[in-house]
Ligand binder design. Sequence first.
Ligand code: PLP
Length: 379
Amino acid sequence: MKFASRLKRVNESVTFRYSALAKGEGVINLTHGVTNFNTPKRIVDATKKAIDEGKTIYTQTRGIPELRKKIAEKLYRENGIEGLDIDNILVSTGAKQIIFEAVMALINKGDEVAIPDPSWVSYESIINIAQGKVVWLKTKPENGFIPDDNFLSELENSNPKLILINSPNNPTGVVYPKRIIKKIVDIAERKDSWILSDEIYEKIIYEGEHFSPGSIYDKTITVNGFSKEFSMTGWRLGYGASPIRKIIDKMNIIQSQSVSCAVSFVQYGALEAFSNNVKDDVKRMVNELKIRRDLLVDGLKNIGLINYKNYKPNGAFYVFPKLSDGNDIEIADNLLRNGIGIIPGSPFGSSGRGCVRMSYGSISKEKIGEVLKRLKKVS
Ligand code: PLP
């Protein structure tokens, strides 16, 4: 059977595959890109109310105006992004769909798209679906996976139509310093490249500060969503924004011809996400995640599995230790046999070779202790 050639370099998401493998009996599952906190009650209640009130039909393709207004205000107030009217905002079925639409709207066959190595697995696949050319920009564990001079010169030597950045970062958990993001913006400006800033983990930061490149560079598409901050991965709600209205209009064309709009009542429920009450729920979640992060990172250091002093997973809910110079797929299989489910590092990019991604988003403190015991035994 012959299928479309655009799928030749695209595989099923490796994180979903390893998550399925880690569901076996007795396996402690550190594969999940989700947290085990409940969606804040106010959001749940407002969503139920919207269903009861019959808000169950298609909305405007861009999203309900009330929600886009709240998002535009948030991006101005908290991220310093100016020039956003409600028509500069596109609400969709998750940040992933927004990233897909942005890449589809910008990238022709052979166009270069620069992404950090390692990166969230879907970037490469989405670029491949668009038949663009991935330019990997290496980050190294010994530099804490923070873009260094070598990264910047690789970027300088490429010709990207689009640069994807993601801070706090999946899979490494690092938060890019403002001065580094500014250097990336300088290069983008000189090359007239677009930036897509994936800020989905923005509110899950333990040390350091988030910086949005969209606050200093208009040719930026800022992407964010409700999945991680409000434990709403299954609700499918995210958004993109740019002061350059044309890109949002083009993305909206793709949206209108694919998913049509985000789920109506979910959008109404999400209006509550901007309330102070819900902000307190998020703070509680981040405090708990920090305790888990400290337990896991300190434990990994104690048994000699994090050896790079510059490596500080200050955000998101992932740790990305380098366990050996060897084959991380074999490491993942071996750990699975020993009751630990993780995601191997190399599918995130060649800089992830020998690394594994451990998520502490949905695992108890007790289980972290057990993971460390099992790791000690096998390492
Ligand atoms: N961006 C990154 C870096 C992610 O890790 C994820 C999900 O794991 C997403 C985007 C997708 O988010 P959403 O659930 O809003 O599609």
